[in-house]
Design a protein around this ligand. Structure first.
Ligand code: SAM
Ligand code: SF4
Length: 479
């Protein structure tokens, strides 16, 4: 596998300006908006119109219990209208944890002597993928530290390797990436390998906090290079980008407002918003003194408000809650607008074949997880709670990404494409991997959902596919 020098950090995108107007944002967050105006904003959101920064700030400042309840109700409604009751499932695969940076919150940072450094060999990577496939996974996010060994060519090689692993008639159908910002050329190289989303978290949009968390002289200390990276990705053809902030570093309202500002910035310049937004809360990590970095600890009720407000502000952007959060919070968060979760997750390098089922090895992972239940258990809980777990990858494989995807994300699309694809991928899971209890819970949901589909050609096509999956070796039948 090839290696290259790290990218030159001077070539920004066409829209490469710092749009994080901190004094303006902070001023907005001090203003109190009258309840009548807040109700108007909620009504706009109910109509599935994306909100402006000023409108988002008004919702963030609404602390009357009755208004907060209305925000939660609207988030629940939007979740149903835009995403139905599907929850998309994926798993992270940590490929290597060498890193030139020294981010103060991260177990992989270069000054952490306790961290066990490792990059999976090609054979080890294939072993991890085989294990993930045997458990039923179809969608992955490959994660890398920032290091000259993890060049765009290397990342592309890993992606190709992952796609080439087959276990029976199963293979990984979508590989997303979470790695350091790339140059235009770098993004073109990884896109060529067929990646799904390129995810880069800004960590914090607050300039002085960013400087404090990312020591001067490290590559990551360059705020603008990172802020601009989703725009460079879009300009280079990676039109599914994932934004995120690490919550706890600066105030949660400021970060939420900035994430929305980032989405608007991309929409204004490229007519495409982010495919997903992530909002991880800081977790304990090897060699990290949490109290020193997580000065703005986000409480559970604030975290749920944050999710609901994001649901209102960016109705067509997927929201992700990862296994950093404990199972009970993930369960509640699903109702307020989360559309994707990881499951059966292990983040120790090599963890899918080497980790102990009950305990975590902090020195081998980036941070401690809150939910290490196996995939089958997570799926069973989703089914028992009335959700359809989905492994659908159809949109990206049929070119329904970026701006095109935004056009599809309209009512009717879910009924004709997303729900059918969720049902067929669920049937694949039930036939090939599920435990008897999960299979029973799954068959019940499949029947309920199938009965809801209006009579007609599409219903007939779905039934035909479900039966082919049940009775033959045919797989990967998508609309
Ligand atoms: N090296 C790449 C980069 O910096 O963009 C990949 C980042 S890392 C593998 C993925 C994300 O994990 C980071 O962007 C950060 O937001 C998050 N993270 C780091 N330390 C964390 C911690 N202690 N708790 C929770 N999330 C953390
Ligand atoms: Fe390296 Fe990313 Fe961890 Fe920072 S967050 S130390 S860049 S792996």
């Amino acid at each position: 596998m090839s290696t290259l020098a790290l990218p030159d950090m001077n070539q920004l995108s066409e829209s490469g300006v710092d749009f994080v107007d901190e004094p303006y944002f902070e001023n907005l967050l001090k203003r109190k908006t009258d309840p009548g105006r807040i109700r108007e904003i909620i009504a706009k959101a109910k109509n599935k119109e994306a909100l402006e920064v000023e409108e988002t700030a008004a919702l963030l400042n609404a602390d009357e219990p009755e208004l907060i309840e209305q925000i939660f109700d609207t988030a629940r409604q939007l979740k149903k209208d835009v995403y139905g009751n599907r929850i998309v499932l994926f798993a992270p695969i940590y490929v290597g944890n060498y890193c030139v940076n020294d981010c103060r919150y991260c177990g992989f940072r270069r000054s952490n002597r306790d961290s066990v450094r490792r990059t999976l060999t090609t054979r080890e990577l294939r072993g991890q993928i085989e294990n993930l496939l045997k458990n039923g996974h179809k969608r992955l996010i490959a994660v890398f530290g920032e290091h000259r060994n993890y060049s765009p060519e290397y990342i592309a090689d890993c992606v190709n390797e992952i796609y080439s692993v087959h276990v029976g008639n199963n293979s990984i159908r979508r590989v997303n990436i979470n790695a350091a910002p790339l140059s235009h050329e770098g993004y073109r190289i990884v896109k060529e390998a067929g990646i799904g989303t390129y995810q880069v978290f800004q960590e914090t949009y607050h300039h002085t906090t960013y400087a404090r968390m990312h020591p001067k002289g490290t590559r990551k200390s360059n705020f603008m290079w990172r802020l601009d990276s989703p725009a460079r990705a879009i300009e280079s053809g990676c039109d599914d980008v994932g934004l995120g902030a690490l919550f706890g570093l600066a105030g949660w309202k400021f970060e939420a407002l900035s994430l929305v500002a980032h989405a608007i910035h991309l929409m204004q310049h490229y007519r495409v918003g982010p495919h997903t937004i992530s909002f991880p809360r800081i977790r304990p990590a090897s060699g990290v003194t949490i109290k020193e970095v997580a000065e703005h600890d986000v409480k559970d009720d604030e975290f749920l408000r944050l999710i609901a407000i994001l649901r209102l502000s960016v109705p067509y952007t997927g929201l992700i809650v990862t296994a950093r959060e404990p199972a009970v919070i993930r369960k509640t968060a699903l109702g307020f607008g989360v559309s994707q979760i990881d499951a059966g997750t292990r983040i120790e390098i090599g963890g899918y074949t080497e980790a102990d089922a009950q305990t975590q090895a902090l020195e081998k992972e980036q941070f401690e997880l809150g939910d290490i239940r196996p995939l089958d258990e997570v799926i069973r809980q989703l089914l028992n709670d009335g959700y359809i777990p989905s492994f659908c990858t159809a949109c990206y494989r049929l070119g329904r990404t970026g701006e095109v995807f935004m056009e599809y994300a309209i009512p009717g699309f879910i009924q004709n494409m997303c729900t059918p694809n969720a049902l067929t991928t669920l049937q694949e899971y039930l036939t090939d991997f599920a435990s008897p209890e999960t299979k029973a819970a799954g068959e019940k949901i499949l029947k309920q959902e199938f009965d809801k589909i209006p009579e007609g050609k599409r219903k007939f096509e779905i039934l035909d596919r479900i039966e082919r999956i049940r009775n033959t070796d045919e797989r990967d039948l998508y609309f």
